[in-house]
Structures are given as structure tokens and as C-alpha cells.
Ligand binder design. Structure first.
Ligand code: HEM
Length: 249
């Protein structure tokens, strides 16, 4: 098949890495937007979490749209990781020669940092979903209503534990770096880079990386420093917006 033949080429793989990275970047931007509801109070973020389950329910049922997004973003993540691993293996086998020494050293440093930050992010992601979505890992108690985590109180309690707050800030710093370098490579892979535009691309990549870092890190930092208030009623249950049973998580 033509598409598989294209995927087997180096440029095909680089485009797959770029496109799957862009899908995940879209998810991160939506996630950071979703997190901002926390600044408008407990009710707002918990309602937003219910809305995530209810969006598109007339077409796909309650939770259906969320599952479609999970499959797309999860599929992009798997393809991204597999394809990056294949590219690294190919680069190693090819043992590139001919780069100037400094340029080669720089590539190795950046490549290693991308691999380490990528692995750290994967580890963080598993911990994060088990902590706040499924409630399987409970370094602090997982509060839920109708099988869905009560976001505000869960965040409040978690981020008052110093090592959890620090772990999250470290992880999102890795995300910021990964996105900065990934976005910059994306422009190069697509062949859009040239000396006139490079400055703009660097700035765009930096704005994305720093913007995501600040947006994400603000949540643990503001909870930990008590800028965000305690939940109104720690044991209060949030009722679903309608009567239909909600799908798991
Ligand atoms: C400090 C930063 C972050 C906070 C406070 C945060 C908070 C949350 C919360 C509360 C949930 C559960 C939402 C719900 O069930 O309604 C969640 C889910 C999730 N988060 Fe984060 N998150 C952060 C950073 C990240 C980052 C950096 C990533 C990706 C690298 C990420 C990926 C996810 C994923 C994949 C889910 C599961 C979505 C689902 O399937 O329902 N989060 N996050």
C-alpha cells in the first residue's frame, strides 16, 4: 500500500511524528484551557468536568465524544512514540558522518534531552491518569461522585503535598521543553524554515513551550501557596447536569 510505503521512508516517519505531535499539542492547549476553570471556583471546574462527559451526547451518548477524543489522542501518542523510536534506531544504524563537530554534539544533546523528557512525560502521564481520572493511585484520597472525580477537591488535596506539587511542576517543565523543541522541529520537517522566518518560528515555539509551562504549573503552585481557596464543602457531592447515567469516567 502506498501509505505504508510512504511511512517506511524517513521523511514519511518525520511527518507522522510532526502530525501526531500537533494532535497532542492541540490536546494540551485544550487541557490548559480546561484547567483555567479552577480560577473561577470549585463549581466551575467540576461542572466543566461533567460537561466533558456530556458534550456530543445526542450523537454519541454520554461519555462517547470523550472516548473518541481519548482514542484519537491515545492513538497519536502510541504512533508518535513508536515512530520516534524507529527514527532513533535508524539514525544510530546510519552513524551520520560529515556534520561539523559542534553541530553533531548539539544534536546529540538535544536528542538525548528529548528522549529523557519524553520518557519522563510518559511516566508522568500514567501516574496522572491513575491519580485524577481513574483514582487507582491515591497518594491523597480520591473524591468522586457518580464514578467521576471531583476535580477541585482532588487537586486541592493533592497539591498541598509538596512532592506531588513539585512532581507536577517538574513534569510540565519537561512538557514545555519538549513542546518548544518539537514545535521548532515541526517547522523544519515541513521545510518551512528559512533565515527570514526562523526568528518567528523560534518565537512561536518558545511562546508555546513557555505558555504551556506557565499555564499548567500555575495550578499546583497556586494551590500549594494557598492562593486558591479551600473547597467550600469537602464532602459535597456534585450532581450530574441531567438524569442519564454517566459512562465510566
Ligand atoms: C499541572 C498540570 C495539570 C493538571 C492540574 C491536570 C489536571 C487534570 C485533571 C484534574 C484531570 C481529570 C479531569 C477529569 O476527569 O475531568 C486530568 C486528566 C488528564 N490529563 Fe491532566 N493535568 C495537568 C497536566 C497534564 C499534562 C501535562 C498532560 C499531558 C502530558 C495531561 C494529560 C491528561 C490526560 C491524558 C488526562 C485524561 C483525560 C481523560 O481521558 O479523561 N495533563 N488532568
Amino acid at each position: 500500500m502506498r501509505i505504508l510505503k510512504f511511512y517506511s521512508t524517513n521523511i514519511g516517519k518525520k511527518i507522522v511524528v510532526a502530525v501526531t505531535g500537533a494532535i497532542m499539542l492541540g490536546f494540551l492547549l485544550l487541557h490548559v484551557y480546561g484547567n483555567f476553570h479552577v480560577y473561577f471556583g470549585e463549581a466551575k471546574i467540576d461542572e466543566y468536568s461533567l460537561w466533558l462527559r456530556e458534550m456530543g451526547k445526542h450523537l454519541f451518548g454520554v461519555g462517547g465524544m470523550l472516548w473518541i477524543i481519548r482514542v484519537i489522542v491515545g492513538g497519536a501518542l502510541v504512533l508518535h512514540v513508536i515512530t520516534v523510536a524507529q527514527l532513533i534506531a535508524r539514525n544510530r544504524a546510519a552513524r551520520p558522518v560529515g556534520y561539523r563537530k559542534t553541530s553533531r554534539r548539539k544534536r546529540i544533546i538535544v536528542g538525548t534531552t528529548m528522549a529523557i523528557s519524553g520518557l519522563f512525560i510518559l511516566f508522568f502521564l500514567i501516574f496522572h491518569i491513575l491519580q485524577f481520572t481513574t483514582g487507582t493511585l491515591q497518594p491523597t484520597p480520591f473524591h468522586e461522585s457518580n464514578g467521576i472525580g471531583l476535580v477541585y477537591i482532588n487537586l486541592y488535596e493533592a497539591f498541598h503535598v509538596w512532592w506531588i506539587a513539585l512532581f507536577y511542576v517538574t513534569a510540565v517543565a519537561m512538557v514545555g521543553f519538549h513542546v518548544y523543541h518539537g514545535a521548532w522541529s515541526f517547522f523544519q520537517t515541513l521545510g518551512w524554515n528559512n533565515p527570514d522566518r526562523n526568528q518567528m518560528f523560534r518565537l512561536t515555539a518558545a511562546a508555546l513551550g513557555i505558555g504551556l509551562f506557565v499555564g499548567f504549573a500555575s495550578v499546583p503552585i497556586l494551590f500549594w501557596s494557598d492562593v486558591l481557596p479551600a473547597p467550600d464543602a469537602p464532602t459535597a457531592e456534585v450532581q450530574p447536569i441531567d438524569e442519564e447515567p454517566l459512562a465510566w469516567n
